[in-house]
Write a protein that binds this ligand. Structure first.
Ligand SMILES: O=P(O)(O)OC[C@H]1O[C@](O)(CO)[C@@H](O)[C@@H]1O
Length: 933
């Protein structure tokens, strides 16, 4: 028996299938429909692929094989899967296309629904899909939105077959038909053929009744009920009347004579949703010449079973008009409904795409295995719920796309969009791999590399140097980010200036410390190799047009590497600021980016927040900070211990402002559950193979009492580059959740100004402004804007920390040399204070931390209790061209810092150690006593 579906074809209506699925096609389902039911086309949309790919394993083999061949973005991974289905469908329909001489036999694939409101990217996507599939019976589907219409016209003009989707109103349809005609006319004007350009205008039917019928039910009157289930059909019939009118016009006839194919109306959304209606309602009522009905499988089965064909589309047109008039009289607002349906349609396809891309992103990460750093989170229920809310908000607002598009509305709506150059840098686009490889070769002639820079210009490269180390035969890296005379001397003594490459690194090119350090080391180098030769051993890394660039040119530096002004210092590690020093110690930067890119692909605009490693972490950090868990406590495994110093700056400078933000806690040894309050999130960064069983036991204990623990695992230390990307994205996201601009640093500037004033006064007078200790003994002198009561050092220290309350943190700001013995003593001090007061502790060496965590201490939450530590340097170092020595500058920095901290309402006390050698030990002992009992 002939299939009833074939009778539709006889009536001039093409039967298409609104469904794609690999298993169905592999089993020959599509071919069978072509052969037995006269099927002549296939349509797909994001919801269809979401059902096919997101909920089945039929695509896993291909995805795994694709990823093994080459990693790629989520969107490309998805497209490869979808395109394979579309190509197969095109090939199955190809005999139909050939038999009907291009009049039918088409298969549609939709451009990304995220683009529905963007003309230019839609055009680009249409062209890309057309070229990739490269089959004449492909149709690219573009929404008929206002921004979609010009894209449709341009794509058609370029010779691409177009299925216009999401049409609900006759007005929108009219514009689309006009665009089709204009495109054909444009081709004729250019002398291009038009006979094989095909287009359908997909008019959605049942969705209209879905909304209108609800309104009718709400009215509840008999006259309203009389048009129930009729408005969508009437609307479609009148659209067809417009088609007929235009087809009869002279303008169309002129094109038809040149072989133009009609742009067929395609009835979409023809599955019956309301069980009260016939399951073939939206097929039987809309049968007419030169149309298409694309049906979901169930509707197709129903029609095959009991559908009746008649010339329905052109019958009862008067009735259709009456229904429309009645709808208007009843105030059903069809115009408003159809406009809203477009918005809802775009949104529902975007939602489907979120779920589809999410499924692909999750599988991609699973199949990448240990090529991508692992991530898991154990969160208490309340935080877990807040994180899920933040993720859902981010998804609904399209943050992963907004971030990459530079849309500042996800933050404060300020100038955030101008500071996103680091995204391209994460894809390796800021650096010139060949130039870096050449530098790496050149640097092999040196024994050491000394990097002079602060904050973002030194911390990232230092982390790379410490974790990855120099390649064999390449120089050793010394990052110098201090004015501490002891620290400067340590580096100066460790190197031979004649056998050293100096990298002076400053984005702004005007930061005081690298300027002074450059003056010092340039003079030493000149002394060693002769005036005029020193420049050849110096490299500058700076943003174009900076003062450092001018100085480097003047002094004949060997190279100047230029940064990107749209990247802030703390986000600059994957630009020249991190990569020049990395190259200098022999790291293969191009190879390094292979692993970095895997993470960059994972956090792209096409990775929805729930499946995006950067957003997952950022949502946790942001939601936790908002809930008062604002002390992000890093627990690194031994090899990864240096990472925190880079991370501290990123988190603190980005989020710590307007009294809000995250206070990073690095290098505080893990304690027992009783040592912590409710203000922490622990992030365990683990390199497989690193031994830390004692810490694991402690983390398990913390987990057991409901402390939030995030675990990040690296299979190889070379994968540390992925963490730069993950944390940069996460920080930007956390900033959005917290509600601040993560790219400015408003409070660091104040300490710099304060310091400059002190130094300028010194340059004039030869001494720093006098200051008076409020208490002094043989070991210490204490300074504070408000003296702390107490008869001796222990009592003063005790009184200072006695103000601690839950949620506060103690900060130890040490303007002394950063070396092992000092680090160990500071660690001891931190543990004593933490265990005594149950508060988080942070520590920084000055002036290094000023360009890093200093922002959060000044601008972030006002719950810090700071102890600043200064000392009398045993040996000071003069700076060429300056009256002030390094020791004086450092002291001025400490004083400026203290003043600004105090002015921001933080509790501050400065202890000046009289004896450089024994002073810190004496302080640790005093604090031990002060924190006992
Ligand atoms: O690279 P530059 O311009 O010398 O800045 C160094 C550091 O100083 C800061 O501006 C803070 O003082 C950081 O943001 C930056 O990373």
């Amino acid at each position: 028996m002939t299939s009833r579906l074939k009778t539709l074809g006889e009536a001039g209506q093409a039967v298409w299938l609104d469904f794609v699925d690999r298993k169905f096609m592999d089993a020959g389902g599509l071919k069978k429909l072509v052969e037995e039911d006269g099927l002549t086309g296939v349509t797909s949309n994001p919801s269809i692929f979401e059902k096919a790919i997101g909920h089945s394993d039929a695509y896993d083999d291909q995805l795994q094989a694709d990823l093994a061949a080459a990693d790629t973005t989520v969107e490309s991974a998805y497209e490869a899967l979808a395109i394979k289905d579309i190509e197969d469908a095109c090939d199955t329909l190809r005999p139909v296309y050939d038999r009907l001489d291009a009049k039918d036999g088409y298969v549609s694939i939709e451009v990304s629904p995220y683009l529905a409101m963007d003309t230019a990217p839609t055009i680009a996507a249409a062209k890309r899909l057309w070229a990739t599939v490269d089959r004449p019976n492909l149709m690219v589907k573009i929404p008929g939105t206002d921004p979609g219409v010009p894209a449709i016209e341009e794509a058609l003009t370029a010779g691409i077959n177009i299925n216009v989707t999401l049409l609900f109103s006759i007005d929108a349809y009219k514009k689309v038909l006009e665009a089709y005609i204009a495109a054909l006319e444009a081709r004729v004007a250019k002398g291009e053929p038009i006979d094989r350009i095909a287009s359908v205008a997909s008019f959605f039917v049942s969705r209209i009744d879905g909304v209108i019928d609800k309104k009718i039910d709400a009215l509840g009157t008999d006259e309203a009920k009389a048009v129930r289930g009729k408005v969508a059909i009437a609307n479609a019939k009148l659209a067809y009347q417009h088609y007929l009118e235009v087809s009869a016009s002279a303008r169309w006839q002129a094109l038809a004579e040149k072989g133009a194919q009609p742009q067929r109306l395609l009835w979409a959304s023809t599955g019956t949703k309301d069980k009260a209606y016939s399951d073939v309602l939206y097929v039987e009522t809309l049968i007419g010449r030169d149309t298409v009905n694309t049906m979901p499988p169930a509707t197709m089965d129903a029609f095959r079973d009991h559908g009746e064909t008649s010339n329905s589309l052109v019958s009862d047109i008067d009735d259709a008009e009456k229904v429309m008039n009645e709808a208007e009289r009843l105030g059903l607002d069809l115009a408003g409904v159809t406009a809203q349906l477009v918005v809802d349609g775009v949104k529902s396809f975007a939602d489907a795409a979120d779920s589809l891309y999410g499924a692909v992103a999750d599988k991609r990460i699973k199949f990448l295995g240990d090529k991508i750093d692992g991530f898991s989170a154990d969160l208490p229920a309340d935080l877990d719920a807040a994180v899920k809310d933040a993720i859902e908000k981010a998804r609904k607002d399209g943050w992963s796309r907004k971030l990459w598009a530079g849309d500042a509305s996800m933050w404060t709506g300020g100038d955030e969009g101008k500071w996103l150059g680091w995204l391209a840098a994460a894809r390796g686009e800021q650096v010139d791999f060949d130039a870096l490889a050449a530098l790496g070769q050149e640097a092999r002639k040196y024994k050491d590399v000394v990097l002079l820079g602060m904050g973002g210009s030194s911390l990232g490269p230092e982390v790379i140097g410490l974790i990855l180390g120099s390649a064999s035969g390449s120089p050793k890296l010394h990052a110098l980010d201090s004015t501490d005379p002891g620290q400067v001397a340590t580096v100066a003594d460790a190197i031979d200036p004649a056998n050293t490459l100096f990298i002076v690194s400053s984005k702004s090119g005007s930061t005081m410390e690298p300027e002074l350090l450059r003056a010092y080391f340039f003079a030493r180098c000149a002394q060693a190799v002769g005036e005029g030769q020193a420049g050849s051993r110096f490299v500058a890394v700076t943003d174009p047009g900076s003062k450092l660039e001018a100085a480097a040119k003047q002094d004949g530096f060997a190279h100047i590497f230029y940064g990107d002004k749209t990247i802030g210092g703390r986000y600059s590690v994957l630009s020249v600021f991190g990569m020049v020093p990395a190259a200098a110690i022999g790291i293969d930067v191009a190879g390094f980016f292979e692993t970095v890119k895997t993470m960059a692909h994972s956090v792209g605009p096409d990775a929805p927040p729930a499946s995006n490693p950067g957003f997952q972490l950022g949502a946790i950090m942001g939601a936790a900070a908002v809930a008062g868990r604002d002390k992000l406590t890093l627990v690194p495994s031994p090899t990864l211990k240096p990472f925190g110093s880079w991370l501290e700056q990123l988190l603190a400078e980005s989020t710590g402002k307007q009294g809000k933000g995250i206070v990073p806690v690095d290098l505080e040894p893990l304690g027992d559950p009783a040592d912590y309050g409710n203000d922490r999130v622990f992030v365990h960064l683990h390199l497989e193979g690193d031994e830390m069983s004692a810490d694991h036991a402690k983390l398990d204990a913390l987990k057991a009492v409901g402390q939030p623990i995030v675990t990040i695992t690296l299979a190889d230390k070379a994968d540390i580059g992925q963490e730069f990307v993950r944390w940069e994205i996460a920080t930007a996201v956390a900033g959005a959740v917290i509600g601040i601009d993560p790219f400015d640093q408003p409070d660091v500037e104040d300490a710099k100004i304060q310091t400059r004033q002190l130094i300028e006064a010194y340059e004039q007078s030869g001494h720093l402004d006098p200051e008076t200790a409020f208490f002094e003994d043989g070991d210490f002198a204490f300074f504070a804007p408000k003296p702390v009561a107490g008869g001796d050092a222990v009592a003063i220290l005790k009184a200072h920390f006695a103000t601690a309350k839950p949620g506060d943190y103690a900060g130890f700001l040490a303007y002394i040399e950063r070396e092992e013995k000092h680090e160990a003593l500071i660690e001891q001090i931190r543990v004593d204070v933490r265990d005594a007061h149950k508060i988080a502790t942070v520590a920084g060496f000055g002036p290094r931390f000023l360009h890093s965590t200093g922002q959060a201490y000044k601008g972030g939450p006002k719950d810090g209790i700071f102890l600043e530590i200064t000392r009398e340097p045993a040996q000071d170092i003069a700076i060429p061209g300056n009256r002030a020595s390094f020791g004086t500058v450092q002291l001025a920095q400490a004083r400026g810092d203290l003043d600004v901290l105090a002015s921001r309402g933080q509790r501050v006390l400065r202890v000046h150690l009289k004896d450089e050698k024994s002073g810190l030990q004496a302080l640790a002992s005093a604090l031990k006593v002060a924190t006992q009992d």
